[in-house]
Design a protein around this ligand. Structure first.
Ligand code: TTJ
Length: 650
């Protein structure tokens, strides 16, 4: 640290030190999400350069030392001296909070970035950062965070030297940034291969033609390379892999109106579910918002107009409902705009009201234009025929829905035959165990704390909901019992306010049958009670696989790894009992291992990435028997996390 600083620099440094003091204010959390956030801040900058046509290649690398780098082949961050700040553009970008104003947000029309706090925040929360800019010659700059021995305070992201021209000639252009997240800031500094890979793939879909490379040098993971020349059309095709599309090419349109860029791709399949995924400035909006609302309204209007014009609907016929046009629909909707307002529980819902009519009008106009294309006559014919079938089912189903609704309001408990309800009346404390088999159900009933634990034994396998329509699903007794027990309705009528149990715990055996039952239940919740899953109410109970014992001492083991530990702990003369199923445990054992909140482990089911979960469920429940078997085998072991199951202690 040889450089001396002037007054202006001190102010800058205070800015970054503030980020250190309250990281959560800038990156949401210091957990694993926050860790990834500081990587996305850097990636977003490279994506912006590409989205604006100046770069077509981005490479992300994870290193064994815990650092990560991002490189693009764009123009390079400006290296000349910034007229107001008196230092290079590079230094401004990495040391000034919200430097985005000069080099991000305004330099480009639309800028991504989850919270758009800028690259300086990444610098502030890193042990060190290294920047290279290639512009004929190679520029270089390094920043470090260190403890000031005089004051005892941590100085964040301090330049080791101003931007220097190394005079190394290069014929490439672009920006390279490498940084090492500070382990004194983050709860964990281990980047997740899976999280990064998934998001980079998504970004490649969202940025047509952009080549994204991902290299993880920490272990055995393979390099990944993504490039989709079809953009979101390829995204829709990818989501529909394993399904049967009604027409080969997704419908696609893109238009800018009133300063908002609207882009959509859609394709119907012969399935019954709707998969609409939306994005704002490349950021997923799983809670939807104005763009999704506009798209839905536009789709309904355009297709009803078409159906009338082409005489699919006669004068006396009522219009189709929106849901009729969305049965089997897979769609991606992307909008780009300035001054995005995010709303909702997880700030992933687009609030800007002006977006709704714009998306609606663009959707209507573009679909109308496409429907006039004679080459697409078969496409529109199959869409309307699908809607006709959906409308017929809708009308037939109304009756069944009314029954479900009645269950919700009247004394639902009476209808719930096998349910052993709990006595407490506070849903937020109550737990519903859905237990595989009558025998385990019986043990669970004896073991439970009646005050807040309810038991619902399942006899046999509940229906595979993926392949059935709503009216068939409602005829299944197991499913009806679950709906009534939860008391919150289903589908569009589902209302979390009415939920009687805030923890819904699936308890099935650690074998293939158990995994299958669990998959079916998860699919049901995912399809028909999405809010239940989104709000973290669904859990998977974990029964132990072994009991290792000697006389009065014993240990439970939940996997083979733990088994060895348990054996070591019990020592010489140990015996092992292997549990083949929940039914083999007596009530006391079941309580100790699986039901007692003080000692049990639960996995919380979360949907981190709705598109990926959707895809997984398609594999899981779809027609491809081999894929399904593979998946179930993989997950027959309970101790496994994936993109929508996270292990938590509760
Ligand atoms: C700004 O306007 C003049 C030309 O360069 C523009 C710019 O800043 N481009 C740019 C920034 N390209 N790439 C970046 C960038 C790349 C990474 C990996 C990280 C950061 C912070 C910026």
């Amino acid at each position: 640290m040889t450089k001396s600083y002037n007054a202006g620099d001190i102010k800058i440094l205070e800015g970054l030190d503030a980020v250190r003091m309250r990281p959560g204010m800038y990156i949401g959390s210091t957990g694993v999400r926050g860790l990834h956030h500081i990587l996305w801040e850097i990636v977003d900058n490279a994506i912006d350069e590409a989205a604006n046509g100046f770069a077509d290649r981005i490479e992300v690398v994870l290193y064994p030392d815990g650092s990560a780098s991002v490189e693009d082949n764009g123009r390079g961050i400006p290296t000349d001296i910034h007229p107001k700040q008196g230092v290079s553009g590079v230094e401004v970008v990495f040391t000034q909070l919200h430097a985005g104003g000069k080099f991000g947000q305004d330099a480009y029309g639309y800028s991504g970035g989850l919270h758009g706090v800028g690259a300086s925040v990444t610098n502030a929360l890193s042990e060190w950062m290294e920047v290279k800019v290639y512009r004929g010659t190679e520029f270089e700059m390094r920043f470090t965070s260190y403890k000031d021995e005089k004051t005892g305070k941590v100085k964040s992201g301090v330049p080791e030297y101003h931007l220097k021209d190394t005079h190394k000639k290069t014929d490439k252009t672009g920006t390279f940034v490498r940084f090492k997240p500070d382990k004194t800031v983050f709860e964990t500094t281990e980047f997740s291969h899976e999280t990064i890979n998934r998001r980079l793939k998504e970004l490649a879909f969202l940025n047509k033609g952009l080549q994204i490379l991902f290299r993880d040098l920490r272990g055995e993971e393979q390099d990944a390379e993504y490039r989709y020349n079809g953009g979101i059309v390829d995204f829709v095709k990818y989501l529909n892999e394993g399904k049967t599309a009604l027409y080969a090419e997704p419908l696609y349109a893109k238009e800018e109106k009133d300063g908002i860029i609207v882009e959509f791709a859609l394709q119907h399949t012969d399935s019954y579910t709707e998969s609409v995924f939306s994005f704002v400035n490349n950021i997923p909006t799983p809670e939807g918002g104005m763009h999704e609302t506009g798209f839905r309204t536009g789709l309904t209007k355009a297709l009803n107009d078409f159906a009338r014009k082409e005489n699919y609907l006669k004068e006396k016929d009522a219009n189709f409902m929106g849901e009729d046009f969305r049965e089997g629909l897979t769609a991606i909707i992307c909008v780009k705009l300035k001054n995005v307002q995010f709303e909702g529980q997880t700030k992933t819902k687009l609030g800007n009201p002006e977006v709704r009519p714009v998306v609606e009008n663009v959707t209507v106009d573009k679909l109308e234009e496409l429907s006039r294309n004679k080459k697409l006559a078969d496409v529109f014919d199959s869409v309307i025929k699908k809607a006709q079938a959906a409308a017929r089912v809708r009308i037939a189903t109304r009756k069944a829905k009314e029954i479900a609704r009645a269950n919700k309001s009247i004394e639902a408990q009476n209808l719930v035959g096998k349910l052993a309800a709990c006595s407490g009346r506070k849903p937020e404390l109550n737990e519903l165990f859905i237990v595989e088999g009558d025998s385990a159900g019986g043990s669970a009933k004896q073991a439970r704390v009646r005050q807040y634990q309810a038991i619902l034994p399942l006899r046999g396998k509940p229906l595979n909901v993926e392949k059935k329509k709503l009216d068939q699903i409602l005829q299944n007794e197991e499913i009806r019992t679950i709906i009534s027990a939860l008391g919150a309705g289903l589908g569009n009528d589902f209302d979390l306010e009415d939920l009687k149990y805030h923890k819904v715990i699936i308890l099935s055996d650690a074998d293939q049958d158990g995994a299958h039952i669990r998959a079916i239940l998860l699919t049901f919740f995912f399809r028909y009670m999405r809010e239940l899953v989104n709000n973290g109410h669904v859990y998977i109970g974990m029964p132990p696989l072994y009991k290792v014992y000697k006389k009065d001492v014993f240990e439970y083991a939940y996997d083979d790894n733990e088994l060895q530990k348990a054996i070591d702990k019990i020592g010489r003369g140990y015996q092992i009992q292997r549990y083949k199923g929940l039914g083999e445990m007596d009530p006391e054992q079941l309580w100790d291992t699986t039901m007692n909140p003080a000692t049990r482990s639960l996995m919380q089911v979360t949907v981190e990435d709705a598109a990926e979960a959707e895809k997984m469920i398609t594999v899981l429940m779809g027609d491809h028997i081999e894929d399904r078997k593979k998946y179930i085998q993989m997950y027959a072991n309970f101790n496994k996390e994936d993109s929508f199951i996270k292990k938590v202690k509760r």
